[in-house]
Design a protein around this ligand. Structure first.
Ligand code: NAP
Length: 516
């Protein structure tokens, strides 16, 4: 079984960047629990699924959560300044509105609080099994059920397995030699060590993605010196944020029609962007101009301007929003380092130009292992074939949700369900509706399991590939959207309403029905 230790470490000998996985002893199974459905993870996907299962009258399910709190990525990412770049009204379930958002763009504590409130409101606590770190899920074809094992030695047997793990749940550590030699504290942004006092310290930040551009402005004023290691500058546009007007909150609370209109208008203004991403990237030129003038307005030094100006097409990587990132870079105690990192020594980051950047702390804003599928959970499907094997040439599923050879496995936020332009909660709700329809169809047809036909999955992925060809993501940049073969395995190359339409109902002829 795989182990990827997620905890932060201080001082010598951190284990968590030793590579993708290591082999551990399988713990003895101490107890077996039978249930109808196992959901892995209690982030937006797992909770959304659970709420809708209960609404459909299904109570026979458990949510296995590896931590001792719910919230997924919104529990794990607690770095200073952590917030969402989709407006709060849309970054919430359509069936669980929250009229109390304090800002246009919600902050991490508020989103986490919202998810906790959903657990209470929909009585989900009774379904959640905390500290249940799933290490393996194995399909038993004879009994037509999934055997799910946790690190603690508990086994669950269920007809249906739903992954709510998402692609951004396991931190990616850079492959830099000498990381283990570093003597000071070091941690990943998604495992922020709040016990480390950064005041007055010399800090290295590696990475300039969505996470780093949020925490750099927060820590820059208090650290002694910040060396920001930038490999590729991100495109950044202004953030139109602010507190929500209390009168608007009242309208949202008491006028459902207004709330609907408001949400729909935010949805549509975001959806329009899909045109630029997936139909004609030339449409993004105006946004590129906005981003360039944002740099000009916020940075006076021509050299720094040039350093932070990207040389690839806007939209190829995620477009970021910030008003305080560029000003933070202009501070006297902040230096943007663009030379490649050669190695890390006990007290310094050494770059390929030979410079030694002496630091006390290293913070990794290096993103997530989005291409590792559902690892570290080992999923074993029909015939003993693992998901890793099935995806050895790249992840693929049918409508992001079903994988051929893995009956009754549903992958929420699976391959090609991600977005660069709109709210993931919308996609999750679409997938949840699809899974519910699958469960309905199983009952109706008197079948025990369904398995998407391989040729259906193949032609769907041919379509994804063809559609991706003309997208801006293929315009030549390195991003977590693409796999090692340069294939888009992460994003939905189209409009989200099209995904909604296609996931409304299961098309029975696209599946093999087992045990009828
Ligand atoms: P990310 O976008 O993948 O950025 C990782 C950064 O680390 C990039 O700048 C990357 O450089 C750099 N990097 C990686 N390995 C490196 C190495 N070996 N040496 C030097 N630099 C290295 O990760 P993230 O910022 O955590 O964001 C991930 C995703 O999470 C986002 O795209 C978004 O979907 C989500 N997110 C959203 C928000 C929000 O809503 N505001 C906030 C945080 C995260 P290259 O660009 O050269 O690869």
């Amino acid at each position: 079984v795989y182990e990827v230790s997620a905890g932060q470490n201080r001082g010598n000998g951190p284990r968590w960047f030793e590579g993708r996985a290591m082999l551990l002893e399988r713990p003895p199974v101490r107890a077996t629990t039978s249930t109808g459905i196992v959901i892995i993870g209690s982030g937006f996907a797992g909770l959304g699924m659970a709420i809708k299962l209960r609404a459909a009258g299904i109570r026979d399910f458990v949510i296995l959560e590896r931590a001792h709190d719910i919230g997924g990525t919104w529990r794990d990412n607690r770095y200073p300044g952590c917030a969402c770049d989709i407006p709060s009204e849309l970054y919430s379930f359509s069936f669980a509105r929250n009229p109390k958002w304090s800002r246009v763009f919600p902050t991490q504590p508020e989103i986490h609080e919202y998810l906790r409130a959903c657990v209470d409101k929909y009585d989900l606590e009774r379904h959640i099994r905390y500290d249940s770190d799933v290490i393996e899920a194995r399909y038993d074809a004879e009994r037509v059920l999934w055997q799910v094992e946790t690190r603690g030695g508990t086994r669950f047997e269920a007809s249906v397995l739903i992954s709510g793990m998402g692609g951004l749940s396991n931190p990616a550590m850079p492959q830099i030699s000498g990381l283990a030699e570093f003597a000071g504290p070091q941690f990943h942004s998604a495992r922020w060590d709040h016990d480390v006092d950064l005041a007055g310290k010399r800090v290295a930040v590696i990475g300039t993605g969505a996470s780093a551009i949020q925490f750099v402005p927060e820590i820059a004023p208090s650290v002694g010196h910040l060396s920001l290691f930038q490999r590729t500058p991100p495109w950044i546009v202004p953030k139109i944020d602010g507190p929500v007007d209390p009168r608007k909150s009242l309208l949202l609370k008491y006028l459902p029609g207004y709330a609907w209109l408001h949400r729909t208008s935010i949805y549509l203004t975001h959806e329009v962007r899909a045109l630029g991403f997936t139909v004609d990237p030339k449409l993004l030129r105006t946004v590129e101009k906005i981003a360039k003038s944002h740099i000009k307005r916020q940075i006076a030094d021509p050299a720094l301007r040039a350093t932070v100006t990207p040389n690839y097409r806007l939209g190829c990587k995620r477009i970021l929003i910030s008003n305080d990132y560029f000003p933070a870079l202009t501070r006297a105690n902040v230096a943007v380092v663009t030379s490649d990192i050669a190695r890390v020594e006990d007290d310094a980051v050494v770059t390929s130009d030979g410079s030694r950047h002496v630091v006390d702390v290293i913070i990794y804003g290096t993103g997530f292992r989005a291409q590792d599928g559902l690892a570290p959970v080992r999923i074993v499907g029909e015939g003993g074939r693992t998901l890793d094997e099935a995806w050895s040439d790249g992840m693929e599923a049918y409508l992001g949700t079903s994988v051929a050879g893995f009956p009754n496995l549903f992958t929420l936020v699976g391959p090609n369900v991600g977005l660069g332009h709109n709210s993931m909660v919308f996609m999750i709700e679409s997938q949840v509706a699809y899974v519910l329809d699958a469960l309905r169809q199983l009952r109706k047809r008197g079948a025990r399991a369904l398995d998407v036909l391989p040729q259906v999955q193949r032609s769907f992925n041919d379509e994804i590939r063809a559609k991706t060809k003309k997208t801006v993501w293929m315009s030549g940049c390195r991003s977590w959207y693409l796999d090692k073969n340069g294939r888009n395995t992460s994003l939905w190359p189209g409009f989200t309403f099209d995904f909604r339409r296609r996931t409304r109902r299961i098309e029975p002829s696209r599946y093999r029905w087992i045990g009828r």
